[in-house]
Every structure is written in structure tokens, then in C-alpha cells.
Design a protein around this ligand. Structure first.
Ligand code: F6P
Length: 323
């Protein structure tokens, strides 16, 4: 193996740049030429890539986003799209691919693997919902953004004796909401993994009010059925239900644009190095992740199309701490 390529795919995540840097520098150390693909699978289909030197990946370790660009590529869901991508790589002499991304992206990499192309995935998404890793690149930074927002909202909430509803990202999962909620001392955390009706959320907030708390914070994941919009509608229709005056903040993509924390830079560097090591060792069709603080590989077959189960004991912890 002489030539490999690396791409970032799906939603960007803080630490992707650090992972690209690790792939490039480890690859060069192993005697490989490394090509950076523009805009994820979209660029792969169109053969949009360039050779990356050690210097090309200098100065990006601390930056959020992905300097290669990323995309959600509909065409890659088709067999023709994937065949075109393989043809492009064969024509360039690219012998293996590193895919840095989350659930959808690793489903794509598994499809390439099934078509016989050597591929290794690197676990990266702010959702932390990938099977095969305890933690994904980007989630720590996203939690820290949410936490900073919580701290600030609590300050103003306390000044005014208000409740705040904060919605975090998390398409189908509540990891960011739950972790930020625990670290930030939320009164209620609402996540899709264990839905709670608006009446119960209101009861919890009202109980905090009755206990004399000066303010209350509800953290809700965007993927919850009762997301911020639905809860806000419910509370507006039942103005006395929660006791406090309510304000709503939806964080959205602010969480994705952070510079990576130390933890994300370290994780990305370890996983990027692990991906190249896996390829050099002859591993194919695996996801590189972290389990029990060790860099591990898991067959993409066990990862693709699945969602990691959240530890609901942590939700109980949030409830105990809120009392
Ligand atoms: O998968 C990561 C994520 O940030 C989700 O939390 C969110 O629902 C989604 O991406 C948003 O996607 P987009 O940036 O394409 O709007």
C-alpha cells in the first residue's frame, strides 16, 4: 500500500482537523502518500482531492470545523455513486480510504467495504451515538459549549427568578443534553431515549419553584418528541403550571463550531493515528474508536445503521442532583 485518502463526512465536529492531521502525519511516517478529499463523499465521487504534506496540516490542530470540507451526500446512497467513487480512487491509484465521521458516514464506509474497497472509519460526531466507541470526536467540545450556555443562562435566570428551556443538538439522542444537564445542574433533562410528557416536566419545575429555588433550568435534546418548541407551547397554554416566567434558548449549530477541547484534540490524534496503524496492519472494514481508554477497532458491520444505547442511570443521577 502506497497511497491512501482521507475525508470528513456528515456534520462537522470539533477535532476533525486534528484527526486529519494525525492521519496525514502518521501516514507519511509509515511511508504513504496521503490525499485529502474535498467535501466528503461528494468530492470522492468527483475526484476532488489533493496531496497533503506534513506542512499542509500545520496550524489546524486547535481549530474547529474541517479544512477539507464536509457534506451530506445523497448520491453516495446510490450504487452508481459509490461505483463512481471507487473508479475515481482506482484511477488515481488510491488504495485505501479513511472516513472521519458519524453514523451516516460509517454506513457509507461499510457500503464501500462491502464493495471490496479497503476502508477504515474514525468515530467522529457531536452526537456520540456510534456503536463501537465509548466516546466520539467532537462531543466533549459540544458539551462544553452547552455548559457555558447553561452557566450563563443560570446567571440571568437567577437575577430574574425565571425558568429557562435550553435545547441542545442531538438528532436522535440525548447524550449532549444529559451530560451538559448533569454538569450544569439542570432541574430537568428531556431526552429521546426516555420521553417524559410535558405535564411531568411542568411538575418537576413547579416542585423546584415550591422548594424555593430562585430559578430553574430545563435541558432538552432536539430529538426529543417534546422538544423546546413543544414544551414552550405547552407551558404557554398552561401559564401557572411551572411557577416561573419562562424563556427559551435553542443552541443549534453553535455547538458544532467550537474549537476542540484538549480532550477532543487528544482523542482525534489517537484515533487518526490508530486508523493508519489499522490499515498498515492489514485491517479493513473497521471503525477506530476508544473503549476503556484504549484505541480499538470494531467491524463496521456491527456499527452501520445502529445507535449506541445511552446509560439511563445517568438520567437518574441528573434527577437526584436536581432535588
Ligand atoms: O449529527 C450531528 C448533528 O449536529 C445533529 O446533532 C443534528 O441534528 C444534525 O447534525 C444537524 O445537521 P445539519 O448540520 O445537516 O443541519
Amino acid at each position: 500500500m502506497n497511497k491512501i485518502a482521507v475525508l470528513t463526512s456528515g456534520g462537522d465536529a470539533p477535532g476533525m482537523n486534528a484527526a486529519i492531521r494525525a492521519v496525514v502525519r502518521t501516514g507519511i511516517s509509515a511511508g504513504l502518500d496521503v490525499y485529502g478529499v474535498r467535501n466528503g463523499y461528494d468530492g470522492l465521487i468527483r475526484g476532488q482531492w489533493g496531496y497533503l504534506s506534513r506542512r499542509d496540516v500545520g496550524g489546524i490542530l486547535h481549530t474547529g470545523g474541517t479544512f477539507l470540507g464536509s457534506a451530506r451526500c445523497e448520491e453516495f446512497y446510490t450504487l452508481e455513486g459509490r461505483q463512481r467513487a471507487i473508479e475515481q480512487m482506482n484511477a488515481q491509484g488510491i488504495e485505501a480510504l479513511v472516513v472521519i465521521g458519524g453514523n451516516g458516514s460509517q454506513t457509507g464506509s461499510y457500503e464501500l467495504h462491502k464493495m471490496g474497497f479497503p476502508v477504515v472509519g474514525v468515530a467522529s460526531t457531536i452526537d456520540n451515538d456510534l456503536v463501537g466507541t465509548d466516546i466520539t470526536i467532537g462531543v466533549d467540545s459540544a458539551i462544553n459549549v452547552a455548559l457555558e450556555a447553561i452557566d450563563r443562562l443560570k446567571t440571568t435566570a437567577a437575577s430574574h427568578g425565571r425558568a429557562f428551556l435550553l435545547e441542545t443538538m442531538g438528532r436522535k439522542c440525548g447524550y449532549v443534553a444529559l451530560m451538559a444537564g448533569i454538569a450544569g445542574g439542570a432541574e430537568v433533562v428531556v431526552i429521546p431515549e426516555q420521553e417524559i410528557p410535558p405535564e411531568e416536566v411542568a411538575r418537576e419545575v413547579r416542585a423546584a419553584y415550591d422548594r424555593g429555588k430562585s430559578h430553574a433550568l430545563i435541558v432538552v435534546a432536539e430529538g426529543a418528541k417534546n422538544n423546546a418548541r413543544r414544551l414552550d407551547e405547552h407551558f404557554a397554554a398552561h401559564p401557572d403550571a411551572i411557577g416561573y416566567d419562562l424563556r427559551v434558548t435553542i443552541l443549534g449549530h453553535v455547538q458544532r463550531g467550537a474549537d476542540p477541547t484538549a480532550s477532543d484534540r487528544l482523542l482525534a490524534t489517537r484515533l487518526g493515528e490508530g486508523a493508519v496503524r489499522a490499515l498498515v496492519d492489514g485491517q479493513r472494514g473497521v471503525l477506530v474508536g476508544l473503549r476503556g481508554n484504549r484505541v480499538t477497532t470494531t467491524p463496521l458491520e456491527e456499527v452501520a445503521g445502529r445507535q449506541k444505547v445511552i446509560d439511563l442511570e445517568l438520567l437518574e443521577l441528573a434527577r437526584i442532583m436536581a432535588k
